[in-house]
Design a protein around this ligand. Structure first.
Ligand code: UT7
Length: 332
């Protein structure tokens, strides 16, 4: 019998209704649509409004939609992994909260924190539980409410991020479809360039940490940009090489949506043409762990069984990685 792989058998996203446009940001901070569009490719992003609504709210919507689409009962789910850097609470894990919300009574659940690479880390981890043969239905979610940690007075970061969630179902496949290979890497010396200073064990919350806005995302953009461009392109090229894939063999590049210029550089390195690159940064901005599964959701109807997908990401940590997926179904 051929190897059991973890096939993606469905995908469902959720984005909040509120649209924060570049024009609205122009009224809040010293910026302009032209700068944001040419430097990043972003036109608008979604923001989750409503008291008491956190990342779990969006993850719940995505999972409930996924269950309906894949005709799955919540009690059938074995495991839920939520990739996020904006959990509802420091603990318990958002995954356990969401498992309860959707009625996944049998599932065990945990979060993964690998920032913008979180979905790839979670997808790779979740796949192992399927490949061993032990579990049959694993739900992997990328979800972030970035608006909860963005300082809307900092023009260098607040224009970049948005809120969203998207979930995939993983099931066993013995016909060669599913997650074929992953390369995941990290380098913790990147910590000072992209992080949230306060609220953890090193700098617990005080009045001063709040006043000094140390609970917000801090990014040294141009430094992160240099690392992102190099590492995302390298890791994508690496996974292609070790799986004998040429540019023309790749049906879709599914890149993390942080900056259109980083995406273009990765595509050029892979020799993948622009029409094969999934792009939705213009409407959602950077939703951190949710960008890649939101792309899969947006492009689902264009995906065909047997398509070779290369997923690639770079994020805080630094973390980065690439995953090679053979798509398992035709449009329904
Ligand atoms: O997803 C996780 C990983 N994150 C990333 O991959 C993000 C990587 N970094 C980037 O995408 C880019 O560095 C940014 C989009 C964040 C910034 O673009 P940049 O081309 O690196 O710009 P910069 O930071 O070098 O700033 C250039 C200029 C500066 O002015 P001066 O010093 O040249 O006068 C900034 O003050 O642009 C100015 N600037 C702005 N101007 C208008 C910075 N933010 C803005 C703004 N509107 N929002």
């Amino acid at each position: 019998m051929s190897k059991i792989r973890a096939a993606i058998t469905g995908v469902q996203g959720y984005v909040p209704e509120y649209v924060l446009t570049n024009q609205e940001l122009e009224k809040m901070i010293d910026t302009n649509d032209e700068w944001i569009t040419t430097r990043t490719g972003i036109k608008e992003r979604r923001i989750l409004k409503g008291e008491g609504l956190g990342t779990s709210y969006m993850a719940e919507k995505a999972i409930l939609g996924l269950l309906e689409k894949t005709d799955t009962k919540a009690e059938e789910i074995d495991l839920i992994i939520v990739a996020t850097i904006t959990p509802d609470f420091p603990y318990p894990a958002t995954a356990t909260v969401v498992a309860d919300m959707v009625g996944a009574k049998k599932a065990f659940a945990y979060d993964i924190n690998a920032a913008c690479s979180g979905f790839l880390y979670a997808l790779t981890t979740g796949s192992q539980f399927i490949e061993t043969g032990k579990y049959k239905k694993v739900v992997v979610v990328g979800a972030d409410k970035m608006s909860s940690i963005v300082n809307y007075e900092d023009r260098t970061t607040c224009i970049l991020f948005g809120d969203g969630a998207s979930a995939v179902m993983l099931e066993p496949n013995a016909e060669g479809y599913g997650v074929i290979d992953s390369v995941l890497e990290s380098d913790g010396s990147g910590q000072p360039y992209l992080f949230q200073k306060a609220g953890g064990s090193r700098y617990p919350s005080t009045i001063d940490t709040v006043t000094n806005k140390e609970h917000s995302l801090h990014q040294e953009g141009s430094t992160v940009f240099k690392f992102a461009v190099t590492n995302m392109a390298n890791v994508a090229a690496n996974i292609m090489e070790r799986n004998d894939l040429k540019g023309e063999d790749v049906a879709w590049l599914v890149p993390h949506q942080a900056n259109k210029r980083i995406i273009d550089a990765t595509a050029r390195r892979m020799e993948v043409s622009e029409d094969k690159v999934m792009l939705n940064i213009q409407k959602y901005g950077n939703t951190t762990a949710a960008t890649i599964p939101l792309c899969l959701w947006d492009y689902e109807k264009q995906l065909k069984k047997g398509d070779n997908l290369v997923l690639a990401a770079f994020g805080a940590g630094f973390t980065w990685g690439a995953t090679y997926v053979k798509w398992a179904y035709d449009p329904k």
